[in-house]
Design a protein around this ligand. Structure first.
Ligand code: C5P
Length: 233
């Protein structure tokens, strides 16, 4: 599988996003549209960005009863994004229903479906004492990854540090999408555990999600190119 850098378009609306993309001089980076932008600009932002020829990861992290998630996925199917996601914590029946919703009655499914495992913002203490899941975070991530695989999903969102074990146990075709990436000489911001694009490549991540190191760079195009060079070449 071809490694790629996904830029997290964490902008408040359509105009900010399109002006940001105007700075890419015809280049077409893979983009992530998350909750903030989707709730503000709606499906129209997906259409506008697709029109410009970008691949899109729609990061809406669905989590509800299977029937509701299936119906929501049927709607998202119509947007024809390249990848979307849900929370593995919703269980296997929910993941299977989501996949059914995304799959057209005839022809191949166009949208890859991946599962968020344990949010990287959660500590082991919070997982053990608030969510009442015992053990190590990595064991939970691995268990959720196996559930996602069993349910027919294409991959997971996890920390780059968890990519090697996931690929070792499930194979290299199973996608790992990993946020928390910073340049060696860059600001860490609010991310606790970070890796460089080069390190994420060594750890075997399939995609890295990079937000502020590119969106807040003085020259976003140069920052994206640097990221691509370190991670994808
Ligand atoms: O700006 P930064 O590079 O930290 O952005 C990372 C992106 O990845 C954000 O859109 C954030 O919501 C997302 N993300 C994350 N950690 C997770 C899941 C998603 O940082 N565990």
């Amino acid at each position: 599988m071809k490694r790629d850098v996904i830029i997290a378009c964490d902008f408040p609306g359509m105009n900010e996003t399109l002006s940001f993309l105007d700075r890419f001089e015809g280049e077409k980076p893979y983009l992530k549209i998350g909750m903030e932008l989707f709730y503000a600009a709606g499906p129209e932002i997906v259409r506008r960005i697709k029109e410009r020829g970008h691949n899109i990861f729609l990061d809406l992290k669905l989590h509800d009863i299977p029937n509701t998630v299936k119906s929501a996925m049927k709607v998202l199917k119509g947007l024809e994004v390249d990848m979307t996601n849900l929370h593995a914590g919703g269980g296997c029946a929910m993941m299977e229903a989501a996949l059914e919703g995304l799959t057209p009655s005839a022809g191949e499914r166009k949208t890859k479906l991946i599962a968020v495992t344990m949010l990287t913002s959660l500590t082991r203490e919070a997982m053990n004492n608030e969510i009442l899941i015992a053990g190590d975070v990595q064991d939970t991530v691995m268990h959720y990854a196996m559930n996602a695989r069993k349910s027919g999903l294409d991959g997971i969102v996890c920390s780059p540090l968890e990519s090697p074990i996931v690929h070792e146990k499930i194979g290299n075709d199973f996608i790992t999408v990993t946020p928390g990436v910073r340049f060696a000489d860059g600001d860490v911001g609010d991310q606790a555990r970070v890796t460089t694009p080069e390190k994420a490549k060594q750890l075997g991540s399939s995609f890295i999600v990079v937000g502020r190191p590119i969106t807040r760079a003085e020259d976003p195009l140069a920052a994206w190119k640097r990221c691509m060079k370190e991670f994808a070449e």
